[in-house]
Design a protein around this ligand. Structure first.
Ligand code: NAP
Length: 525
């Protein structure tokens, strides 16, 4: 079966044989995708001319209701999506829930937030600015929805959440969505789009999808569009410098890779609640989605006095994790999504091993449960240990996109700060400590290079939301190497789909324009 693209209000099958999508456990070919012959320029223009105006004829409140209806459709089809995730991504039940339930949760969060903007059509920012000696001539800042299209180029690891965490704020803002999912796992994204389009919730042109190669997509983006990319740093660099993006100053948001840290404070000694909480979270992060999360813990910074005990504790727990076919009872860790990803992970692992010792895993003869090692895409969960601190290179530079993490010992707080910063910009760092002096020094010293810092102590305990979990109400994105993008953060995300404009004129005009506006201060809520 070849998956159809949805463009210019039609279902269009791409030409040719297409690219096969496979089961990473068995190697079975499942479906194929093709973008050959799709007129991308026409698709984008249809979204701009038909989808955009129809969306913006509604209010924020009405569009929030559309998001609610989408969440209902996805909830009703949840079991089918879990099946696709199992077959095409090798997802365990927990892995699939992370992606699919995460998508529904995020949509629902935007339903609630969007309602607070009421019947407005744009946003008014701040008070009027005096520009003359009397009030006859003033300025008012507005945030106006973009009249272009939101083009999403997504990564393979979140086919469900990756679409809806971007689409929810875009649609709420009144901007039509064009999604190009990553090819290896495009099936789930395509099925969700198909279900939502067929449910007739959105106006025509509000949601388009093209599966397969991106081809000339970026040649057709314009000044009123937004490109939101999630993927590797290499592809990101190509997007950023694309001539059309540069020539038209196209707004571009990049979520790239990241060598995230978990940091144990000096008080996180074996036997402490902080130590145990760190061990639990490290193991969870290494195993959920087989480590294929942009936010996953890659480096574990521990005081040199506890780093060996930490290695033993994490290794002990990893030894109890069953790795193999997710259809098999008790399996906790599934495969990577493809043999290509497996090969990339092995390559990265080999580099890390040049400067690390292996504490657990990394066995070349590792046999997954109920799967053929030579046909499947498994990587054994692997814990490495590095005693070189800042002098190491690969540990701080190479993101192995799989169940692999490295313990890096540090000497003192300044050393921990320097090592965390050596990631050159990360999505997240989690800190396990109740030592206020340590936290008071460390957190501000790493904050400018991290999109999110999660601090867990004995009082927070199990109530934290998770190192790798992206909450729709909190910012997602990171500086530097992580791409410099910003997503989510509640209504803050709407800023990307609006453009600030100050209108200078008489008070009657400004009053009239303000009548249909909600207060932009609500974006901070
Ligand atoms: P990728 O190879 O960079 O691909 C990402 C997307 O870009 C895919 O849809 C791909 O399409 C497309 N693409 C590739 N070349 C293109 C081109 N020349 N023009 C237009 N589109 C192009 O990344 P990936 O392997 O899918 O994803 C893994 C990476 O994503 C990891 O490094 C991970 O850290 C990062 N990630 C980051 C976040 C975050 O939020 N920061 C979230 C998830 C993943 P095809 O699949 O058709 O090649």
């Amino acid at each position: 079966m070849k998956l159809a693209n949805h463009v210019y209000g039609q279902w269009v099958e791409g030409a040719g044989e297409g690219i096969a999508l496979t089961d990473p456990v068995t190697g079975e070919v499942l479906v194929s995708v093709s973008s050959e012959g799709v007129d991308v320029a026409r698709a984008l223009e249809f979204a701009r001319r038909t989808g955009g105006p129809a969306l913006r004829a509604s209010t924020y409140e009405a569009r929030a209701a559309m998001l609610g209806a989408i969440a209902e459709v996805l909830t009703a089809k949840r079991a089918e999506y879990f099946d696709i995730a199992l077959r095409n991504s090798g997802s365990t039940e927990a892995d699939a829930a992370f992606d699919i339930d995460g998508a529904i949760f995020t949509l629902k969060s935007y339903v609630r937030a969007g309602k607070s903007l009421g019947g407005a059509r744009h946003l008014k920012e701040g008070a009027r600015v005096a520009l003359a000696k009397t009030d006859v001539f003033q300025g008012q800042h507005f945030l106006m929805p973009l009249t272009g299209v939101a083009v999403f180029i997504n990564a393979f690891n979140f086919p469900a959440w990756g679409l809806w965490e971007k689409a929810a704020p875009a649609l709420l803002a009144g901007v039509p969505v064009f999604i190009k999912p990553a090819t290896p796992t495009a099936w789930l994204t395509q099925r969700m789009v198909e279900d939502v389009v067929k449910a007739g919730i959105l106006p025509q042109g509000a949601l388009s999808i093209v599966c397969g190669s991106a081809r000339d997509l970026l040649d057709h983006v314009g000044e009123c569009d937004v490109v939101s990319f999630t993927g590797s740093a290499d592809t990101a660099a190509r997007m950023r410098t694309h001539p059309q993006v540069v020539a038209n100053s196209v707004r571009i948001n990049i979520e790239a890779d990241s060598v995230n840290s978990a940091i144990l404070g000096p008080d996180a000694q074996p036997g402490s609640a902080e130590f145990d909480l760190a061990v639990k979270e490290i193991v969870r992060e290494m195993t959920i989605k087989a480590g294929q999360k942009c936010t996953a813990i890659r480096r574990i910074l521990a005081p040199s006095g506890v780093s060996r005990a930490l290695a033993d504790a994490v290794a002990g727990k990893l030894a109890g994790c069953k790795v193999g076919n997710p259809r098999s009872e008790g399996v906790r860790v599934g495969p990577l999504v493809s043999r290509a990803q497996q090969a990339a992970a092995f390559e990265g692992l080999a580099k890390l091993r040049e400067e690390c010792e292996t504490v657990f895993g990394g066995d070349p003869d590792f046999e997954p449960v109920d799967a053929c090692a030579s046909m499947s895409a498994f990587v054994q969960p692997t814990l490495l240990y590095c005693d070189k601190g800042l002098a190491a290179r690969h540990v701080h530079d190479v993101e192995v996109f799989g169940p692999v993490a490295t313990i890096v010992q540090y000497a003192d707080t300044a050393d921990a700060i320097a090592i965390a910063r050596r990631g050159r910009g990360s999505l997240v760092a989690s800190v396990y400590s109740g030592d206020t002096a340590f936290l008071g020094e460390l957190v501000p010293a790493i904050a400018d290079l991290h999109g999110r810092v999660m601090v867990v102590d004995a009082a927070v305990g199990a109530n934290h939301t998770g190192h790798g979990n992206v909450m729709p109400t909190c910012l997602h994105g990171g500086p530097g190497r992580a791409g410099g993008g910003e997503e989510l953060g509640g209504l803050r995300a709407l800023a990307m789909y609006h453009r600030r404009c100050v209108v200078q004129g008489g008070p009657a005009l400004l009053e009239a324009l303000s009548r249909d506006a909600a207060d932009a201060a609500l974006l901070g809520n």
